[in-house]
Design a protein around this ligand. Structure first.
Ligand SMILES: Cc1cc2nc3c(=O)[nH]c(=O)nc-3n(C[C@H](O)[C@H](O)[C@H](O)COP(=O)(O)OP(=O)(O)OC[C@H]3O[C@@H](n4cnc5c(N)ncnc54)[C@H](O)[C@@H]3O)c2cc1C
Length: 344
């Protein structure tokens, strides 16, 4: 035990776990409370750490490329510190010529050069890829982790650093010196910090094919991705703005599955499982990380579709707020006060 401040972290998803570990490493006494981390968005995510393709393929994320690269560069530290396993084999764009030309142009705008691969090489990197696929563009800058392995590793490292885990919801700051709100898109926490009113839920459904695709690079197609993992191929994901339920809805998934089958014909008719999670999004697609207007409260929320990628950077800002350290160059862009009274 150290003599640092007592900090309660509400939420044991990616942001809460990374914040808890950073706080413990900064000398704080930390307790993490979460009634059910298995219901978190973090547990169902694909785990792509994809600054490049997220910036290229998601218009709202595009202005955040520098932030996403900075966040990705913190992951090797967590690999060494907590044993989070990183896959650095890269990600590959596969699609028609027009779309690949757009990807290529976008890469050049970011100052990057993808590696142009002939179909045979692309197939060797993504076994099962359709013979209809032409060439592909490989990007080495995008990495991947496995969310469940990462959550276990982060929790184990936090426990070893003295963090206590409790299985209940937080409703108030209580006797803690600080409360860190890492409650994702969960509803009903508005009383803890007024800035949470700026968040909009975005439901995401993801499909897992347990019997295929355990190896290879992530594949990015037009309107679909396929990320290999030890428990099968993850195909995602829907972006259902305003929806906050986690009910599987196969009708909504049909177009996604059709696009996945076009990339990997062996998926046609293969058994799959559906999972859904809810992302929390701010109006500018950057997280809320920093001091709340509520006393003794720090926010770590709103990471939209890149919560895994952004988690260590958010954690750095959180730890700096609590310990009075330097919150770094992204403090202003993450400032929870930046939306003012607009949505409150
Ligand atoms: C289908 C899908 C695919 C995705 N793929 C990727 C990807 O490839 N790469 C990537 O970077 N991101 C991805 N994301 C986004 C990413 O999952 C989220 O941005 C991230 O998980 C958010 O983490 P979080 O810790 O903020 O919230 P969550 O992971 O949702 O965790 C919040 C936790 O807070 C708990 N909680 C709620 N209220 C309270 C309370 N009052 N007290 C205590 N605990 C509370 C909840 O039980 C929950 O466990 C994906 C998301 C989805 C849905």
């Amino acid at each position: 035990m150290t003599g640092g401040p007592n900090v309660t972290v509400a939420g044991a998803g990616a942001l809460g776990l990374c914040a808890a570990l950073a706080l413990a490493d900064a000398g704080c006494r930390v307790e993490v409370c979460d009634p059910d981390p298995r219901a978190s968005a973090s547990a169902v995510a694909a785990g792509m750490l994809a600054p490049v393709f997220e910036s290229i393929l998601d218009a709202e994320t595009a202005p955040a490329f520098d932030v996403l690269i900075a966040a990705r560069d913190l992951w090797p530290g967590l690999e060494a510190r907590a044993g989070v396993r990183l896959d650095r084999s890269g990600a590959m764009a596969v699609g028609d010529e027009d779309w690949l030309a757009q990807v290529d142009a976008a890469l050049i705008r970011l100052g990057l050069h993808g590696i142009d691969l002939p179909r045979r090489t692309a197939e060797a990197l993504a076994p099962g890829l359709s013979p209809q696929a032409g060439h592909a563009i490989l990007v080495r800058e995008d990495w991947r982790l496995e969310p469940r392995q990462a959550m276990s590793a982060l929790r184990a490292a936090a426990e070893a650093a003295g963090v206590a885990f409790r299985q209940h919801a937080v409703r108030e700051v209580g006797s803690a010196d600080w409360l860190v709100i890492a409650t994702g898109a969960a509803q009903g926490n508005g009383g803890l910090a007024p800035e949470l009113a700026a968040l909009t839920p975005i439901k995401g459904q993801i499909v897992r094919y347990a019997q295929v695709g355990r190896d290879g690079v992530s594949v990015r197609g037009e309107g679909v991705y396929a990320a290999p993992a030890s428990d099968g191929l993850a195909v995602g994901a829907t972006m259902e703005l305003g929806a906050s339920d986690t009910e599987p809805d196969r009708k909504v998934l049909e177009p996604l599955i059709a696009r996945a089958v076009a990339l990997f014909p062996e998926l046609d008719g293969a058994p799959f499982a559906v999972a859904a999670g809810v992302r929390a999004a701010t109006p500018d697609a950057l997280p809320l990380a920093g001091l709340s207007a509520a006393p003794k409260v720090v926010l770590a929320a709103g990471a939209r579709r890149n919560g895994w990628l952004l988690a260590p950077l958010v954690a750095q800002v959180v730890a700096a707020c609590v310990t009075g350290g330097d919150a770094g160059p992204y403090r202003r862009r993450f400032d929870p006060a930046r939306f003012g009274e607009r949505k409150r």
